[in-house]
Structure formats: C-alpha cells, structure tokens
Design a protein around this ligand. Structure first.
Ligand SMILES: *Cc1c(COP(=O)(O)O)cnc(C)c1O
Length: 370
C-alpha cells in the first residue's frame, strides 16, 4: 500500500479536505438541489442551529417561529433555545399548530390559515418534511409559497423525508433545510448530516459562526487570516469533513444513485399501499369481529401525504404486541402512548416481507386476545 501520510488530504480519488465535496453531487440529486446549495457537515441539530442563527433575525414586529405540534424533541429544543438566545418569551414566540380536536394529522388548510392570519409576525416557519410520529408528509411547496408570500423564511427538517420521498428543494424555492443521513440513507448512527440554503440567498445570508472550512479552498491554506468566505451554504462549514463518515455516506449514496429515487418511490407507493390494504382488510374496525383488536392507521391514506411509513395504533395496550412481535423476530419501533411505526423500505424490503408481517401480526393478535 502506498504510504500517503499528510498527502491523504490532497491526493487520490477522495482527498480528505474535499471528501464532503466529492459526494455532494450525489446528495444534491436526492434532495433536488444544485450542488452549491448543499453542504454535508455536522449532525442534524447542529445544522439546524447554524441555519437558524442566520435565518432567524427577530424584530419587534416579526419575532415568531412557527412549527408543528409534537415536533421532534431536538427541533423543539433547538427552537426554544434560539428564542431564548434572542431574549424572547417562548410562550409568545413559539407558535405551534396542533391538529383539530379528534384528529391525528394537520390539515394543509389549517396551516395556510395560520400563515395567512399571523404571517406578518412570523420570522421563520420551520416544519418537518415528514412527521416522525404520524408519518404525514407535509406539502412543502404550498407551505413555502404561502410563508414567503407573507415575508417569512421557510425551512424544513427533512430527517424522515430524505431518501424516502422525492424532493425538489431548489424548484420549490425552499429557503433552507437540514437532514440527517442515518435514517433512510442508512449511514449508521451519527452519520454526516446535510444542510441546504437556496442559491437566491448565496450572497445575502451569511453564516453567524465561521471556521476555516468556510474559506475559499484556493486560498484556505495560505493561512493569512483574511477571510474569503465561500458564498452560500458551503461558507457555513466550520471544520474538516469527518472522512470516515464521508465514506459510509458515499457508499450509501452510490446505491441510491443506482436505484434512483424515482424508482424507489414508485415501488414505495405500491409497497406501503399493499401494507395499508392488508391492515384494512384484516384488522380495521368494520372487519374485526366484536371482541377482536382493532388496528387503526393514523398516517394519511393519500399517497401525496405520506412516505413509506405507516403509524399504527391499537385498541389494546401495545406492550404485549411488541413483546410478541419480537418473539417472532419482528423488531418494531414503538412510540408512547400507543403507536407502532411500520416502514417497509423500498430499497431492501419486499412485498413478501409485508405479507409475512401481516401473518405474524395476525398470530400476535390471536395470542394476546386469548
Ligand atoms: C432523527 C431526527 C433528529 C436527530 O437529530 P440529531 O442531531 O441527528 O441527533 C432531529 N430531528 C428530527 C426531525 C429527526 O427525525
């Protein structure tokens, strides 16, 4: 083997100092962006903070951040702490939209109404692209358009959307976005995260915190301490890319390139549709006999409003269901109080997997009922 030493930084197919840049084109395809609009860096919540530091500039009139109810805890805390950083009152400045009484997911019309009525006081709209618990896919272009018409910046946390549904961040005009790579992108826990800033902001939105990887590569190593900031999101990079994390992401993105998001989504719609059909067929209210367990799907049934995940709730406590499923070799994701998230993933799950799951669930419910 060739001994590279410090040359590893600058030579080879994937030099370390541009490890992230060598794969950003592959990621850009997955989120529907230009290569210059995305940076691969840090963890998701770190990126969310860095983006909010630049996009959330509250004024006495425009000081709120709008987000969905039961947002992922990390996002919720990030927003709370950003408000605190500006000395704002959380009750007044954190505007949370809840589903209607008796409903599990948000209606687009209700989101748009809040934006219409309160948009003048909202600085940033921050939604998840796809809600981690309910599996609801939000209408990203409609929310973006409505928010921007009111003068708000509109950003999305795409943790559960990336690698799951097709995204067109550039064409939708989304202001900023961030995501992780260890859910549908399979890079392993703590994998390298992504950030997007639309090119329209390349010269106007600047990073609040700067490090040397935000400096133009051509002069970065002159070490003269005169910052030449890279325009756009690449100027937000602070440190060396972590090359080991770049490698696992690279391997994953190569597979996505071969598979293509278009084909994956096409299969995903059928695969999740099949799961939904089977659950309704065997476990819905009108199908189950009176004493049987009823399984309810809280994820929207409209395919434009969901990815591959269905969140199931049960008419009995889920603890035993989970235990029995695990005995049969199915590891499911449980969420209190009563939800199980089931996500047939088109990249590696088959229709037969769904069929087997339904059979196992039938056997589990049979055993907990008797
Ligand atoms: C998974 C997930 C996170 C995790 O954040 P990390 O900073 O990667 O630990 C944050 N937000 C959402 C919406 C998530 O789904």
């Amino acid at each position: 083997m060739l001994i590279k030493g410090a040359y590893g930084h600058s030579v080879g197919k994937r030099p370390w100092i541009i490890g992230d840049e060598t794969i950003s084109g592959l990621m850009a395809d997955i989120v529907g962006a230009n290569e210059k609009e995305i940076a691969l860096m840090n963890g998701l919540t770190v990126n969310l903070h860095l983006l909010l530091l630049s996009f959330f500039k509250p004024t006495p009139k425009r000081y709120k951040i709008l987000l969905e109810a039961k947002a992922f805890p990390s996002d919720h805390y990030a927003v709370e702490s950003q408000l605190q950083l500006h000395g704002l009152n959380i009750e007044k400045s954190m505007r949370i939209i809840k589903p209607r009484e008796g409903e599990d997911t948000l209606r687009l019309e209700d989101i748009l109404e809040v934006i219409e009525n309160e948009g003048d006081s909202i600085a940033v709209i921050l939604f998840s692209g796809l809600h981690f618990y309910t599996g609801q896919l939000f209408n990203i272009p409609a929310i973006t358009k409505a928010g921007q018409a009111k003068g708000c910046f509109v950003g999305f946390d795409l943790a559960h959307a990336v690698g799951n549904v097709e995204l067109h961040l550039h064409d939708w005009g989304v202001d900023f976005a961030c995501w992780c790579s260890y859910k549908y992108l399979n890079t392993g826990a703590g994998g390298l995260a992504g950030a997007f800033v639309h090119e329209k902001h390349a010269y106007t939105i600047k990073p609040a915190l700067v490090g040397w990887f935000g400096h133009e590569l051509s002069t970065r190593f002159q070490m003269d301490n005169k910052l030449q900031l890279i325009p756009g999101v690449n100027g937000f990079r602070i440190s060396n890319p972590p090359i080991l994390l770049v490698c696992s992401l690279h391997a994953s993105l190569e597979i996505f390139k071969q598979a293509t998001m278009k084909a994956l989504r096409r299969k995903s719609i059928l695969l999740t549709g099949y799961l939904e059909y089977m659950i309704k067929q065997y476990f819905s209210q009108d199908k189950a006999e009176s004493k049987k367990t009823v399984v309810n799907i809280i994820t929207p049934s409209c395919i434009a409003e969901r990815g591959c995940q269905l969140t199931l709730t049960f008419s009995i406590p889920i603890k035993h269901i989970i235990q029995e499923l695990e005995k049969r070799g199915v590891v499911c994701d449980k969420r209190e109080p009563d939800g199980i998230r089931v996500a047939p993933v088109p990249l590696y799950n088959s229709f037969h997997d769904v069929y087997k799951f339904i059979n196992l669930l039938t056997s589990v419910l049979g055993s907990v009922e008797t």
